[in-house]
Ligand binder design. Structure first.
Ligand code: IPE
Ligand code: IPE
Ligand code: MG
Length: 229
């Protein structure tokens, strides 16, 4: 069966630090440039009528980074919500957050909750941002919720799907990772079961809508078998 058009694309947006280093700039400059790419790619997803896109913005392991860098990333997230939320509202984009926000500062949590609420009635592209996200935590959390409600027998693949952060999103078709790394870094481990992968050496700040189209074209040439013939 030919894969044709993906319904749900997830991107591991990697390489901001190296992009900055190449230019003898502080890492934060790379993150700033990376935010511009987020805007470009979110617009491209919306313009092509993609059903869902998930962007890995901050992992549960990224808390290990220096306080200064984490602080700068938080500042950029707030700026982005402030500058871009109206556009998402106006363009029928429905925002979702995947992850554990409990370690985030109350002001960011409030801004994020407001952004999700203001786009909840939108019916266009679902844009999910993975924040404080770790797939192992996500799976453990889902399994615990099911076990608490119905015991061990309540844990089935279908029930798990309903408990994962991605429950409101269509099945994952394609995972893109920029910057030359070829690993998942604790991203969507469950959902990746039959997803296709596309890797590029392009650093995230240099990633364009044309690269996204290349990935989608490659996806269309893949043959997905799901274990069958
Ligand atoms: C990705 O870029 C952004 C985040 C993880 C927040 P990096 O900051 O990981 O950039 P590199 O991998 O050091 O180049
Ligand atoms: C993965 O990138 C997380 C995000 C893109 C948000 P990292 O740069 O944190 O991953 P590793 O450390 O190279 O595996
Ligand atoms: Mg990285």
């Amino acid at each position: 069966m030919s894969a044709a058009v993906p319904r749900h694309i997830a991107i591991i947006m990697d390489g901001n630090g190296r992009w900055a280093k190449k230019r003898f700039l502080p890492r934060v400059a790379g993150h700033k440039a990376g935010v511009d790419t987020v805007r470009t790619i979110a617009r491209a997803a919306r313009d092509m009528g993609l059903e869902a896109m998930t962007l890995y913005a901050f992992s549960s392991e990224n808390w290990k980074r220096p306080e200064e860098e984490v602080g700068a990333l938080m500042g950029l997230m707030k700026q982005f919500i402030t500058s871009d939320l109206d556009e998402f509202v106006a363009n029928n984009v429905q925002l979702h957050i995947l992850g554990d926000l409990s370690q985030f500062a109350p002001d960011i949590r409030d801004m994020v909750a407001d952004a999700v609420a203001r786009t909840a009635a939108n019916t266009g592209t679902k844009l999910a941002v993975a924040l404080g996200y770790g797939a192992q935590d996500e799976i453990v959390r889902a399994a615990r919720a099911l076990a608490a409600a119905g015991g061990a027998d309540a844990i089935t693949p279908e029930a798990m799907e309903r408990e994962l952060y991605t429950a409101p999103l269509p099945p994952l078709d394609l995972i893109i990772r920029t910057s030359g790394e070829q690993r998942l870094s604790n991203f969507l481990l469950w959902q990746a079961a039959y997803a296709e992968f596309w890797f590029t050496d392009v650093l995230w700040p240099d990633f364009t809508a044309a690269h996204l189209m290349d990935a989608i074209a490659a996806f269309a040439r893949r043959e997905r078998r799901y274990g069958g013939l």
